[in-house]
Design a protein around this ligand. Structure first.
Ligand SMILES: Nc1ncnc2c1ncn2[C@@H]1O[C@H](COP(=O)(O)OP(=O)(O)OP(=O)(O)O)[C@@H](O)[C@H]1O
Length: 263
């Protein structure tokens, strides 16, 4: 299902924090949203998972304005991993993952055999099946993040919206997650801080700066030294990955070139 963000604006307390932003996520593609802290990435995602109402413009799901869909309809189609959704409840891992089915259930119907298999599959994909009976509160940050990702997969969403999903994950689980996202061919909009992961994994990348989309295109088109300098204020060399050709950024620590000797 295609996700289209069409001339989105968001005002908070009278000031505009997202300006007239348009970005398409074609069906089955993985689109990354990158930008400095405070540039508006989470705010855009909040409009997609309906935690925030746009002040202008619209978010369209398969061509339909989200505002015209019942909350239950959009909750079935869109799964979100947000900055806020740590779980404070002392549920077991398998209970949390089963919550992914909630938008599909009517009344108190228990999960059927297919859904229980699906939850098991999601836990295995996220490498948390061995933790199924453990309480989520006793898990490490990365384990808990993987449980929340398993819950999102168990929802069988048409669109996945992920806000810094690689937070807390060790390098193997970061690579596993992004490889899985590429394989699922679900429509994915993902906020990433690691530009090299974004370059390796995303079909397209949108770059935000001060609430505006300042560039979008393939990683090769977008992640250039001048753009990285202008938007992030850092110098980077960009080299092609020797195996895949994806652009990879090599940073130079400021002190390596500008500081002379010790203070
Ligand atoms: N509820 C709010 N009230 C006031 N200001 C807000 C609110 N939500 C967001 N902002 C401001 O809007 C701007 C964009 O915030 P947002 O969280 O979308 O940025 P971000 O790009 O996701 O940042 P980060 O990379 O640090 O997570 C920031 O300056 C933030 O302080």
């Amino acid at each position: 299902m295609e996700l289209r963000i069409d001339r989105l604006s968001v005002d908070v307390d009278g000031s505009r924090i997202v300006h007239d932003l348009s970005l398409d996520v074609p069906e089955g593609q993985l689109v990354g949203l990158v930008g400095p802290n405070g540039s508006g990435k989470s705010t855009v995602l909040r409009c997609v998972y309906r935690a925030l109402r746009p002040s202008g413009g619209a978010v369209l799901l398969g061509g339909t304005d989200l505002a015209d869909l019942a909350l239950r309809q959009s909750a079935r189609a869109v799964a979100a991993l947000t900055q806020e959704n740590g779980t404070d409840l002392d549920f077991t891992v398998e209970e949390v993952v089963a919550l992914g089915r909630t938008p599909h259930l009517r009344g108190n119907r228990p999960l059927d055999v297919r859904e229980r298999r699906l939850c098991r599959w999601a836990m295995e994909r996220m490498d948390v099946a061995h933790l199924a009976r453990r309480g989520v509160l006793e898990l490490s940050g990365g384990e808990r993040q993987r449980v929340l990702l398993a819950r999102a997969l168990a929802q069988e969403p048409r669109v996945l919206v992920l806000d810094e999903p690689t937070n807390h994950l060790d390098v193997r689980h970061q690579i596993d997650l992004l490889s899985l996202l590429r394989r699922t061919r679900t429509t994915v909009l993902v906020v990433l801080h690691d530009l090299n992961l974004a370059a390796a994994a995303c079909d397209r990348v949108g770059v935000l700066s001060e609430g505006r989309l300042v560039a979008s295109g393939t990683p090769r088109e977008v992640l250039t030294p001048p753009l990285v300098r202008e938007v992030f204020g850092v110098d980077a060399e960009v080299v092609p990955h020797p195996l895949t050709g994806a652009p990879q950024l090599l940073y130079t620590l400021t002190s390596d070139t500008t500081e002379k000797g010790n203070p």
